[in-house]
Design a protein around this ligand. Structure first.
Ligand SMILES: [Mn+2]
Length: 445
């Protein structure tokens, strides 16, 4: 069926841009008075009135004469009283917002150009993620490889950590067929350029001390000063995948179903389905990726949960939990897999009345891992954890999720001995004091 040609009736003075846009959509009849407007024959798709010409009686006359035609008042602020069939549309701010968006994309495209230039010479590029690659970092690495127009041969995605164990991450890598390499520091000589995503050079300590990193894209706070050619640190974003999605869009790169699925999953996990530390950019990226992602596959990835053998570990851990001053503490003792610790911290937040959740345990007989969550509208978890633990190990994170990793050798230095009881006491005391100071300083405000 052929669509009827749109007809627009414009009443009053208008911007030529607006009239021009409408004339591309159909026939525009432009009149300057109500009288002329009522003398027209035929029907209109929309009547557009300039805000200075609009009043209640005109609205009434037009509605009687053209009962089927919606009325739009151009650039008018919505008045207190309601007019049936009348819509107040701020055309100027809509157009201005769109222009601002395009300007932003143009600026971002320029950044993509700089990023590409940084790595253009490299025969073999290393895209490096942190030691415990999570969906956000893996998706960002994949996106960066596409953005840099590289493939598995010319750009390796790698990390220095243990073999990946968290079930969702294993499932993501398997289902999306992502090749992630377990590197040793001596492998670094194979690469002539390094790009980092979701992590920054100081995280790697001395491993990278002799190598210049080409680029860093991350949403964690800037940790220290370091020298790179290209750096994009956007702490306001909930996920590095959001930054990469914006880059791909700005550079007009096609996002495949596989990549869209990975990025969507990256944003979902880092923001707990847009519930934690998410901002409008994350929501926009999510909305953009959603129609292109394979949601069936995503469900299969997300379904992969805890192996049955590890359920016991949760039970034992929960038996050793306590709540003091709205802080949920749980000591997992020795764990084989690190992900059990943040999972327990997440669980702690489900307990009624809890504002902070702290889960800790000893991994591989070498490190104390402390995972922290909070409700999100109090002091930043990342800041608190940094203040408390940065002198002892690596510590940091976001508003409502953070983590500290402290070598047991350091714990022995502080406590004399690093038994479970000593560690438990120490962690509890650290939080009690830090949160007390914090509430004192709140009172000062
Ligand atoms: Mn992330």
């Amino acid at each position: 069926m052929q669509q009827e040609l749109a007809r627009y009736l414009f009443i009053g003075e208008f911007d030529s841009v607006l009239m021009g846009l409408y004339s591309k959509r159909g026939e525009v009849i432009w009149v300057s008075s109500l009288e002329e407007a009522l003398n027209q024959t035929g029907n209109f798709s929309i009547i557009v009135i300039e805000k200075n010409c609009f009043n209640e009686s005109i609205s009434g006359d037009l509605t009687i004469h053209y009962p089927q035609t919606p009325i739009i008042v151009s650039n008018g602020d919505k008045p207190e009283e309601s007019y049936p069939n009348v819509r107040f549309v701020p055309f100027h701010s809509i157009l201005t917002n769109e222009l601002a968006r395009e300007e932003m994309l143009a600026r971002t495209e320029l950044r993509v150009g700089q990023l590409r230039k940084t790595h253009i010479e490299a025969k073999k590029l290393l895209i490096l993620v942190h030691d415990h690659p999570d969906p956000d970092s893996i998706a960002s690495a994949l996106a960066l490889r596409v953005l840099l127009k590289r493939n598995r041969q010319t750009a390796i995605i790698g990390h220095f950590g243990e073999k990946i164990s968290r079930p969702e991450n294993v499932a993501m890598i398997d289902f999306l067929e992502i090749e992630l390499e377990n590197l040793k520091p001596e492998n670094l000589s194979e690469f002539d350029s390094i790009a980092m995503v979701d992590v920054q050079p100081p995280f790697f300590g001395n491993i990278l001390s002799k190598i210049k990193v080409g680029s860093v894209i991350d949403h964690h706070p800037q940790v220290a000063n370091y020298d790179v050619n290209f750096s994009e640190i956007k702490t306001e974003e909930g996920a590095t995948s959001t930054i990469l999605t914006k880059y791909l869009r700005a550079a007009q790169v096609d996002i495949s179903e596989r990549l869209a699925t990975a990025l969507l999953y990256g944003i979902k996990t880092d923001t707990v389905s847009l519930n934690r530390d998410a901002n409008p950019d994350d929501i926009e990226a999510f909305t953009y990726l959603y129609p292109n992602a394979n949601l069936g596959l995503l469900r299969r990835i997300e379904r992969a949960e805890i192996p049955p053998a590890e359920v016991k570990c949760f039970g034992q851990a929960l038996a050793d939990h306590w709540i003091s001053n709205n802080v949920f503490f749980v000591n997992l003792g020795r764990v084989k897999r690190e992900y059990l610790i943040p999972k327990m911290a997440d669980l702690g937040m489900q307990v009624k009345g809890v504002e902070w959740s702290v889960a800790f345990g000893i991994l591989g007989n070498s490190h104390l891992i402390i995972s922290v969550r909070n409700v999100g509208y109090i002091k930043s978890a990342g800041r608190l954890v940094r203040e408390m633990f940065q002198d002892f190990g690596s510590a940091g994170g976001h508003r409502s999720a953070a983590k500290a990793v402290i070598p047991l050798s350091k714990m022995r230095k502080i406590l004399g001995r690093a038994t479970q009881i000593h560690i438990k006491k120490w962690v509890t005391k650290q939080f009690a004091e830090a949160l007390k100071e914090n509430s004192d300083s709140d009172k000062d405000k």
